[in-house]
Design a protein around this ligand. Structure first.
Ligand SMILES: *Cc1c(COP(=O)(O)O)cnc(C)c1O
Length: 401
C-alpha cells in the first residue's frame, strides 16, 4: 500500500474515510423493546410496579447472584453500595484513577476519602500490590473497576479484603456478561454495580443495578433507594395501610417500570451482543497486530472480557504525532474515537480538594497520554468495522517515524 501522505488526511483537507460520524458506542432498540415499553405505558404502573422486581430477578439469574437491587443510574447504584458498605465520615476507600469520576465520587458522597492506587500496565485494572500498600486502619472498602469490560484481579482483591475486613464494591459498569475464571461477573464480589446508560451493553435509558449474595446488604440497598423508608408502597396500598417509618437518610433513586420493561427486553439480547463485540475485538486484533506503534488491549487467559470499550495505546516513540493529533486526525476521518479516561485525580475538583499535581500515579498517567478508544458496539456493521480499520491504518501510517 502506498504510504498515505499528510495531504491525504481529512484533517489536512483530504477525503475522509467515511462521510458520517461513527460513534464510539450506541444503543440498539428494536420493535420488541418498543412494544414492551408501550405496554407498560398503557398499564397501571409506570414507576415502581411489577416490572422492577421482574427485571431484578432476571438480572440476578443472569449473573448468578441471590439478590439484585435496581437504581435510577449506575451512579446512584454506586452511592447506595457505598452506603450499604458502611462507608462514612473519616473512612477511606481505595479505587482506581483509570475510571469515570462517578466511581470515586460515590466515596465523597458518603463524606469519606477516595484513595487511589495505581494500575497494572497490561489491563489498566487496579494493581492488587498497590492496593495492599494503601490499606490503613481507616480503609473500609476496595472499589475496583472492570476496565473496558476486562474483569479486575478479583481473587487477589477479594483475598486482600477478607484479610483486612473490607468490603469489595466491584464497578462492573463495563462488564455485564464478562467472566472471571469461569464465574459470572456479578456473582464474585460483595457487591457488583452495573449501569444501563445507552452506551453500555444493555440500556434502560438511565438505570443501574447492584447484585449481591448478602441479604443484609440487599436490605440496606433497598432502604437507601427509597428515602430510607422501610417496606414497599405498593404492598402498603394493597394491604390498605398508611403507616410507614423512615429509619435512615436515603434518596429517591428508584428505577421506573418503564425502564425496567426496556431492561427485561434488552437483557434477552445480551448474549448476541457479547458475541458480536468479541467478534469485532478479534477482527481489530487481526487487523492491527502487525502495527508496531499500536499497543492493543489484552485479554488475560482466565477472563472473557465483555468488550465495552476497545482502548488502544499509541507507542509515541514510533510516531511523529501526539495522542491529541492522532485523535483529531481520526475524528476528521469521521471515526468517533474517545478517550477513557482522564485519571480521576487529575480533574480540577480532585486537584483542589486533595492537592494532586500529577505524577502521583505514573502508570495511569502514562496510559492516559497514549489512550484512544475505537468505536465498539454490537450494532456496528462490517462496513463500519472496515472504516475504523482503514482510518486507523491511514492515520498511523502518515504519522510513522
Ligand atoms: C457508566 C459508568 C458509571 C456511571 O453510570 P451511570 O449509569 O452513567 O450513572 C460508573 N462507572 C463506570 C466505570 C462507568 O462506565
Amino acid at each position: 500500500m502506498k504510504k498515505a501522505g499528510a495531504g491525504d488526511l481529512a484533517v489536512n483537507g483530504g477525503c475522509p474515510v467515511r462521510s458520517t460520524l461513527l460513534p464510539y458506542g450506541h444503543q440498539t432498540i428494536d420493535k420488541e423493546d418498543i412494544d414492551t415499553v408501550v405496554d407498560v405505558l398503557r398499564s397501571d404502573w409506570i414507576t415502581t410496579g411489577p416490572k422492577v422486581s421482574e427485571f431484578e430477578d432476571a438480572m440476578a439469574s443472569r449473573v448468578g447472584s441471590k439478590y439484585a437491587v435496581s437504581f435510577s443510574s449506575g451512579t446512584a447504584a454506586l452511592h447506595a453500595a457505598a452506603f450499604a458498605a458502611g462507608i462514612g465520615p473519616g473512612d477511606e476507600a481505595i479505587t482506581t484513577p483509570m475510571t469515570f469520576c462517578a466511581t470515586a465520587n460515590c466515596i465523597l458522597y458518603q463524606r469519606a476519602k477516595p484513595v487511589f492506587a495505581d494500575i497494572s500496565r497490561d489491563t489498566l485494572n487496579l494493581d492488587p500490590d498497590e492496593v495492599a500498600n494503601r490499606i490503613t486502619p481507616k480503609t473500609k472498602a476496595i472499589i475496583p473497576v472492570d476496565y473496558s469490560g476486562h474483569p479486575a484481579e478479583l481473587d487477589a482483591l477479594n483475598k486482600l479484603a477478607q484479610d483486612h475486613g473490607l468490603i469489595v464494591i466491584e464497578d462492573a459498569c463495563h462488564a455485564l456478561g464478562a467472566t472471571y475464571k469461569g464465574r459470572q461477573v456479578g456473582s464474585i464480589s460483595n457487591m457488583t454495580v452495573f449501569s444501563f446508560h445507552p452506551v453500555k451493553h444493555i440500556t434502560t435509558g438511565e438505570g443501574g443495578m447492584v447484585t449481591t449474595d448478602d441479604k443484609e446488604l440487599a436490605a440496606r440497598l433497598s432502604l437507601f433507594r427509597n428515602h430510607g423508608i422501610v417496606g414497599d408502597a405498593r404492598q402498603r396500598q394493597a394491604n390498605g395501610q398508611w403507616y410507614y417509618e423512615m429509619v435512615s437518610l436515603g434518596y429517591n433513586y428508584r428505577l421506573t417500570d418503564i425502564g425496567s420493561a426496556l431492561g427485561i427486553s434488552q437483557l434477552k439480547k445480551l448474549d448476541d451482543n457479547l458475541l458480536r463485540r468479541r467478534e469485532i475485538a478479534s477482527i481489530y486484533r487481526a487487523a492491527f497486530s502487525d502495527i508496531s506503534s499500536l499497543i492493543l488491549p489484552v485479554e488475560r487467559p482466565e477472563v472473557a472480557s465483555a468488550w465495552h470499550l476497545y482502548p488502544i495505546r499509541l507507542d509515541l516513540d514510533l510516531l511523529t504525532a501526539t495522542r491529541a493529533e492522532v485523535f483529531q486526525a481520526l475524528r476528521a476521518e469521521n471515526i468517533g474515537v474517545n478517550v477513557h479516561y482522564i485519571p480521576v485525580h487529575m480533574h480540577p475538583y480532585y486537584r483542589n480538594l486533595f492537592g494532586y499535581e500529577g505524577g502521583e500515579y505514573p502508570i495511569a498517567e502514562a496510559a492516559y497520554e497514549r489512550l484512544i478508544s475505537l468505536p465498539m458496539f454490537h450494532a456496528m456493521t462490517k462496513a463500519d468495522v472496515d472504516d475504523v480499520i482503514n482510518a486507523v491504518k491511514k492515520v498511523i501510517e502518515s504519522f510513522r517515524k
